[in-house]
Design a protein around this ligand. Structure first.
Ligand code: G3I
Length: 351
């Protein structure tokens, strides 16, 4: 049987996000599976600002370098995630003197220092960077979300970040990455933003559609529309954070309840012991229909990355409530391939 990376060799890279414990030698079995099945690697948390640059004068590349080593060892493309985001960024970044917020000039200087140092450190080792993550709004009426980056620098914080990154490593690919891009209104917002960047000669190579999906959302036809729309702008498209939530996303009276409820509520954690075969099959079918779309557009798509290796280590066990038992990925908690894995493997185009 071929590996996943072999099966899609002619189509696109197949990537995985890993925690540092898998790349630094603490989880040998997970490392073996990840290193043989996947051709791209994204650090799930360890190249974010808070990890690499926790204090103004201190950069820490220890964990980041472990990913470089792992990627080289297993011939995987390394993806840098992420340079500019509103989350997992320390408070001090946005603070000025005497309790005042930073001003535009100070924040731009900090952004430049961070990007110069980080992208410079990994120059030639990182294949591509998620330069700006999740800058688009989820609400109608405005394209960009409210964030300290936008409030302090202005809308051009995005362009600035791409120019700094390109200067620091002219050979690295540069990406805009966001979630919810299969949703028609957000797709339209993304197209407007990306078109502006292209018109202004911003050095952007591709757009990342995160792909945090569920068994019922989105319709693969909407995913397909987004792939086509982004590719028509002249950009490559990547699915960067693929997983499929199999648990109910809201209680009977909405998402507000769920945050206050305990995962022990069986209605919210229905598969605490085991995933029924019927649901496991639904998951395999969902992944199959998505991969059929990806394959149809293999010329547009350069990479499909799963947001985790196995169900035991997925952010979806803790979101939107902690301590649930979710089953979003291709390998189970014992690192055994699930029916979803076998289903995807069969449809790759490399014999
Ligand atoms: O490492 C600490 C641990 O020491 C501590 O005991 C524990 C208690 O809370 O927290 C641990 O840190 C957690 C970290 O994941 C590592 O597991 C953080 O609390 C938690 O917030 C963090 O969550 C990450 C999340 O980004 C943060 O926003 C998830 O692992 C990671 O999968 C998730 O990834 C994001 C992408 O970067 C961007 N797109 C959405 C995606 C899912 O939210």
């Amino acid at each position: 049987e071929p590996t996943l990376r072999e099966s899609f060799e002619k189509d696109f890279l197949v990537g995985v996000a890993l925690p540092s414990s898998t790349v630094d030698g603490r989880e040998v079995d997970a490392a073996t599976v990840a290193g043989s099945q996947f051709s791209a690697l994204t650090p799930e948390n360890d190249m974010k600002w808070a990890s690499l640059h926790p204090h103004p004068e201190r950069y820490d590349f220890t964990r980041g370098d472990a990913y470089v080593h792992f990627a080289e060892q297993h011939h995987m493309k390394l993806i840098g995630h992420t340079l500019v985001w509103h989350s997992q960024t320390p408070e001090w970044v946005f603070q000025g003197a005497e309790g005042q917020p930073a001003d535009r000039e100070l924040l731009l200087a900090r952004m430049k220092d961070h990007i110069d140092t980080v992208v410079g450190h990994f120059r030639g080792k990182v294949h591509g960077w998620d330069v700006v993550n999740e800058a688009l709004s989820d609400s109608p009426g405005e394209d960009l979300r409210d964030s300290p980056w936008r409030r302090i620098i202005g809308d051009d914080f995005i362009q600035q970040a791409f120019h700094f990154a390109h200067a620091a490593d002219p050979t690295a690919q540069l990406y805009y990455n966001d979630y919810g891009l299969a949703q028609p209104e957000k797709r339209a917002r993304a197209v407007r933003l990306l078109q502006r960047l292209i018109d202004q000669d911003v050095p952007i190579s591709a757009v990342g559609m995160q792909g945090h999906y569920s068994l019922s959302w989105p319709d693969p036809a909407e995913v397909e529309k987004s792939i086509i729309a982004f590719h028509q702008l002249g950009l490559k498209v990547m699915i960067t954070e693929l997983d499929i939530d199999v648990l109910p996303s809201r209680g009977a009276s909405g998402i507000a309840d769920i945050a206050r409820t305990e995962a022990s509520d069986p209605a919210l954690n229905p598969f605490a012991d085991t995933l029924p075969a019927t649901v496991s099959q639904q998951l395999a079918d969902r992944y199959t229909s998505l991969f059929q779309v990806f394959l149809r557009h293999h010329h547009a798509i350069s990479r499909v990355t799963f947001w985790g290796l196995h169900d035991g280590r997925s952010w979806l066990n803790d979101f939107p409530i902690r301590g649930r038992t979710n089953y979003p990925l291709l390998f189970d908690r014992s690192l055994q391939p699930k029916p979803a894995f076998e289903a995807i493997l069969r449809i790759g185009s490399t014999p």
